[in-house]
Design a protein. Structure first.
Ligand SMILES: [Cu+2]
Length: 157
């Protein structure tokens, strides 16, 4: 009897925390919506902390490590988000995710592959494993009904 009184507020509390996280993620995504005209193409690649967006034409690509901090020597998942120029999610794309270490001339020990689209425009990438620390370059491409976008991301582990 008295336990039931304790449990309900706990369950409610957990629900509120989860919603809070979901809203924060959505807000973080929305904050990336471009408000100004495209900046001139920079020669420097975007440096990736744990997630990064590359705005492109016709598509904007965002990558997110599902595991944080990004691990070395552990197979883990990434997520690739694809948006159109107006910021809306683009579903049904064919997404490719690969990485190389340009300074060492090798790639990943496994071949990452897209295993699903858990939300519209959000693609699950499995089989990502960085074999060592150092400078990696992620090569991501999305083919959405003939609109093709490539984006490279720098990653230092
Ligand atoms: Cu290496």
């Amino acid at each position: 009897m008295s336990l039931a009184w304790v449990r309900w507020p706990l369950l409610l509390g957990v629900g509120v925390v989860s919603i809070g996280i979901a809203v924060r993620v959505l807000v973080a995504g929305a904050a990336d919506t471009p408000k100004s005209p495209q900046a001139p193409e920079s020669s420097a690649l975007p440096t990736l902390a744990e997630s990064k967006t590359v705005r492109g034409n016709p598509l904007t690509i965002r990558v997110d490590s599902v595991v944080r901090p990004i691990p070395v020597g552990v197979t883990h998942q990434w997520a690739v988000m694809v948006q159109s120029a107006d910021g809306s999610a683009v579903p049904g794309c064919s997404v490719r995710f690969d990485a190389t270490m340009p300074e060492h001339g090798h790639g990943l020990p496994l071949t990452p592959h897209t295993t699903g689209e858990p939300a519209a425009g959000r693609y699950r990438i499995e089989g990502v494993r960085f074999s060592m620390g150092g400078y990696w370059r992620l090569n991501v491409a999305a083919d959405c009904d003939g609109s093709v976008q490539r984006a490279d991301f720098e990653l230092r582990l």
